[in-house]
Design a protein around this ligand. Structure first.
Ligand SMILES: [Cu+2]
Length: 380
């Protein structure tokens, strides 16, 4: 199978024929800026796409399909050595990014990490050079491996969306002075984040759910704290996967996530639900509650742009797979995202077919104005 991550290249208006297909390149830098809730600009190290040109906290989501032959290209123009450790993925030793057993990517060097995405699930990646420091400076992100049929694993439950939630924390003093950082066992994080956001910034991460199909929360922690999620009963939360493998499903009202752990929790609140859940950050040594972050969850019938959402059928695309053009039977407004969650189209589909001839091969997700989700495949 082809690597899906070439989709990001379309945002530069670049389209590649098969012969010229090249993987997108992740790069590392040590001169990034991350804005805290109060507007403070904090220095970070981290990863970004060379096509974007900047690093982010957390690093970009690496999203693959089960079975993909992944080629992850990595360039390190930063002044120090880094790696990409594929945390939890079944990769061979040469590709696992632990420098002592594989290799460093020194300043100015490039490499490719290659592996097969054998198991669907939630994973992490992070730099494995002086790990404690490089990780707390921001060198981490999530890897998500999904299936094209929407099931979270073979014969598992089908979900209508995946919501990555990556927990992390940092200590401002360390980021402001990484060279002079003190013994790490004394470290006391003072910024607590979900997808790099805290407090009011988290309003951007609001989760819209549908009562008709579960939403998969892809939970992972790169934090120094222990994370405790408390799920109200109205969310009907069920634990289905742990560390990239299926576990016997069970209803849960809370979940502890230790550093490096990943879980898949399905939620399916009723129509009209308007709430969310707490994520508490507890210090690993003295168990003190350091911070509580709030993740909002609303039923999509409450969406302001959503008038008769739940009565709207999903968008039926044809032909599917498509190579040149794709269209719908009924004229409707919809949005289309690629597998990286980037908006590919936003508008009215009907008499005018959608030209996908330059879109890279892959699975695309569409959502009608009504909020229903459907998927189609582009294959050339
Ligand atoms: Cu590093």
């Amino acid at each position: 199978m082809k690597v899906l991550c070439v989709t990001c290249l379309t945002f530069l208006g670049i389209s590649f024929g098969h012969a010229q297909l090249s993987p997108p390149v992740l790069f590392s830098e040590m001169n990034g800026i991350h804005f805290l809730e109060d507007g403070t600009a904090l220095p970070i190290w981290g990863y970004g796409w060379t096509t974007d040109g900047f690093i982010t906290l957390p690093g970009p989501l690496l999203h693959y399909q089960e079975g993909d032959d992944v080629v992850l290209a990595f360039h390190n123009p930063s002044p120090e050595s880094h790696t990409i450790h594929l945390h939890g993925l079944d990769v061979d030793q040469a590709n696992d990014g632990v420098p002592s057993t594989s290799f460093y990517v020194a300043s100015g060097e490039s490499t490719t990490y290659e592996f097969v995405a054998t198991h669907p699930g939630t994973f992490l990646y992070h730099c494995h050079v002086t790990t404690t420091l490089h990780l707390t400076m921001g060198m981490y992100g999530m890897v998500l491996v999904t299936r094209s049929d929407g099931a979270i694993f073979e014969n598992g439950p089908v979900v209508n969306q995946d919501v990555p939630l990556l927990f992390s924390d940092l200590e401002m003093a360390t980021n402001l002075d990484p060279v002079g950082s003190f013994p790490f066992h004394d470290m006391r994080p003072d910024v607590f984040m979900v997808n790099g956001k805290s407090g009011s910034q988290l309003e951007e991460e609001l989760i819209w759910t549908s009562p008709e199909a579960p939403t998969a929360l892809r939970l992972a922690s790169a934090a120094y704290s222990r994370i405790r999620c408390s799920f109200p009963s109205e969310l009907n939360a069920q634990l289905w996967m742990s560390d990239g493998r299926a576990v016997p499903a069970e209803a849960i009202d809370s979940l502890d996530i230790y550093p490096g752990e990943r879980f898949t929790v399905l939620i399916q609140p009723d129509e009209g639900y308007d709430g969310g859940f707490h994520a508490e950050f507890l210090h690993m040594i003295d168990d003190q509650l350091e911070s509580t972050q709030w993740v909002q969850v609303k039923d999509n019938s409450l969406h302001p742009s959503n008038l008769i959402s739940l009565q709207e059928p999903s968008v039926d695309w044809y032909p599917n797979p498509a190579s040149d053009f794709i269209q719908t039977e009924v004229e409707r407004n919809c949005k289309v995202w690629d597998s990286w969650g980037r908006l590919m189209f936003d508008g009215l589909i009907g008499a005018d077919r959608l030209d996908v001839s330059t879109w890279p091969d892959g699975v695309y997700t569409s959502r009608a104005a009504g909020g229903k989700v459907s998927r189609f495949v582009v294959s050339h």
